[in-house]
Design a protein around this ligand. Structure first.
Ligand code: ASP
Length: 612
């Protein structure tokens, strides 16, 4: 069989000189030197140069070679020769040899290409072509061509290596990979469901899983004890640049464990994932309570690669004569700030006043900001004259201010606004002043989240309703008390991005019912949505917990790609649309009618049942 004795383009080396070989792949680039034709032949292993010399070839074979164009799919027979020093190509790994062709088969010709696929320079020192300037939608429309580019091939290969490493690591620790259904009932993870209408059960719908949450908990009740799955999840959320309607999570659950088990397991896993790309990560990862994260970085996704921690200055101004601050403190507000160490040279009065105080900070949602520069051991700004000597001294002490430091403070009646705005300002300044070490990876666990949050439509779970609270003796009707409750949830944040999260779960039926009551669900709601699950909890559920790691995001981070779409073979674009298949698309009336979604006589939409 002619496919059997194939060699790989990218593996040929100088030691193969003189060997007869057979290659298959695509024409990456062509060049005609007088009568001698040179091509770069590419397969999944790499690129090699092939030479068609009219003096050594039968005329019909040479003519065939002349008809080659970019991306033709071909087979070449030939032999390997070393190149003369002057013609070596350091841009490709096989650059010290070339293949002298003796025969050529064209498997298939290629239509006019929508964009250049070759990434390797044909000529030494030449610049690489490739996907850079091509619009992403065009790349996605022709994803099968885009995938031929070595960069995409490498990304998917690394993705595979990471998945393999994850599987091996979990298997080593006794976890079992188990699949859970895709056609199922909704599990609340805070997004809308993708619904799938049923033809057999008219006007009823499956939901695609937002996560396998309930099934993995049922597996624990089923005694499986250590589960994992590389699970596809579906969430119909608002569009954001780095979000996909379907995405891949590493989903994990284990029984008879607590938080420490999860931290240790996940830290080792993350270390191994980064190691696939040669990146070292130190364990144990630091931990921060949610409250601490909010207080010092203004977000539950703190980027700890740089300082600029918040300093609370409220106490300094308790007896102030400065009206604005006095007023804010009297109304329960606070004053917090950051010290931008040694950067007064980059933050002139003009920049601080006109850019930050007048434009940037108001766009973040605060009314204003206070700035001070430290010059000759003294605070200097348009406002310090309103502060007493004690207050100035207090500020210098509290912020550990030294010459050339810049102190920036936000004061507001709402501590939430102060934290939020200062959090955004912290990131803005870090980016502007290049304070973020780009090649560092700084994981941190965020713990002790509030169990509930207040939304416009009432109380909602901060993670999901199956998360165990830290205290169980609460009154489900007391909103203030509920809002003070903390959960046994944890998020893993790396470089300011949430890459995963999970929790210790509720394994007591009564407690689960209490949580549903706190969420304002009626008994009928609970029965209709979660009856099957509450039933299961009645049959001796073990203590259990778990976590999910967003694999697209993790892999994108490890590989340093600009977006998660670079590590997903067939992603949707930023509008949740697939330019390749044109999905989502219209369906025929017949299909709708078969599904019971159309009254076939009148061509009308069938009304939905009033559901919860
Ligand atoms: N189901 C959760 C999620 O998808 C993760 C977990 O709690 O294990 O975010």
């Amino acid at each position: 069989m002619r496919f059997n004795d194939r060699s790989w383009c990218g593996h040929i080396r100088l030691s193969d000189s003189g060997r007869a070989i057979r290659l298959m792949g695509w024409v990456d680039a062509l060049r005609n030197h007088g009568d001698v034709l040179f091509i770069h032949l590419r397969d999944m292993s790499g690129i090699v140069q092939v030479v068609f010399n009219p003096e050594e070839l039968q005329l019909d074979i040479y003519r065939r070679a002349e008809s080659l164009r970019n991306e033709y799919c071909i087979l070449v027979d030939g032999h390997v020769v070393s190149r003369a020093d002057t013609t070596e190509n350091p841009n490709i790994e096989t650059g010290r040899i070339e293949v002298i062709a003796s025969d050529l088969t064209i498997f298939s010709r290629c239509a006019t290409l929508p964009f250049s696929i070759s990434e390797k320079a044909m000529i030494r020192g030449g610049t690489a072509a490739g996907g850079g300037p091509v619009s992403e939608d065009l790349r996605l429309k022709y994803r099968y061509l885009d995938l031929r580019r070595p960069t995409m091939q490498e990304n998917l290969r690394k993705r595979d290596a990471i998945m393999q490493c994850v599987r091996a690591c979990l298997h080593r620790r006794g976890f079992i990979e188990i699949e859970t259904p895709l056609l199922t009932k909704s599990t609340p993870e805070g997004a809308r469901d993708y619904l799938v209408p049923s033809r057999i059960h008219h006007r009823r719908f499956y939901a695609l899983p937002q996560s396998p949450q309930l099934f993995k908990q049922l597996l624990m009740i089923g005694g499986m004890e250590k589960y994992f799955q590389i699970a596809r999840c579906f969430r119909d959320e608002d569009l954001r640049p780095n979000r996909q309607p379907e995405f891949t999570q590493l989903d994990i659950e284990a029984s008879f464990i607590d938080e420490e088990f999860i931290y240790e397991l996940m830290e080792n896993l993350v270390v191994e994932i980064f190691a696939v790309s040669g990146i070292q990560c130190k364990t144990p990862f630091p931990r921060m309570t949610w409250e601490d994260a909010m207080d010092t970085a203004g977000t539950d996704r703190p980027d700890i690669r740089f300082g600029l921690r918040f300093v609370d200055a409220t106490g300094i101004f308790e007896h102030t004569n400065y009206g604005i601050f006095r007023n804010i403190i009297e109304k329960g507000g606070c004053i917090k700030g950051i010290n931008v160490k040694g950067r007064s040279g980059d933050l002139s009065k003009n920049v601080l006043q006109n850019d930050y105080a007048k434009e940037i900070v108001p766009s973040f949602g605060a009314r204003g900001m206070t700035w001070m520069r430290v010059v000759d051991g003294k605070l200097e700004s348009n406002i310090v004259q309103f502060f007493s000597e004690n207050e100035r001294y207090g500020l210098r002490e509290r912020f550990q201010a030294e010459n050339n430091d810049v102190i920036i403070m936000i004061a507001d009646q709402s501590p939430r606004i102060v934290n939020e705005v200062l959090g955004l300002l912290r990131l803005h300044l870090a980016n502007r002043l290049n304070l973020i070490p780009r090649n560092d990876f700084a994981p941190v666990w965020v713990t002790e989240f509030p169990l509930f949050e207040q939304t416009r439509s009432g109380l909602a779970s901060n993670h999901h309703p199956f998360t165990a609270p830290r205290r169980t003796d609460f009154d489900p009707a007391n909103i203030d008390e509920l809002l003070r409750l903390r959960s046994r949830a944890y998020d893993l944040v790396i470089n300011g991005e949430e890459v995963g999260g999970g929790s210790i779960r509720i394994n007591d039926r009564h407690l689960q019912v209490k949580i549903f009551q706190a969420l304002g669900l009626s008994d009928a709601d609970v029965e209709e949505k979660f009856g099957f699950f509450l039933n299961a909890l009645g049959y001796a559920a073990p203590p259990h917990g778990g976590m999910a790691l967003g694999m697209d995001r993790m892999i994108s981070m490890v590989l340093g790609t600009a977006s998660i779409r670079e590590v997903i073979p067939f992603p949707k674009n930023r509008n949740a649309y697939c330019p390749l298949t044109d999905a989502p698309s219209h369906v025929s009336y017949r299909q709708l009618s078969e599904l019971g979604l159309l009254d076939s006589t009148g061509g009308k939409w069938v009304e939905g049942r009033k559901v919860l």
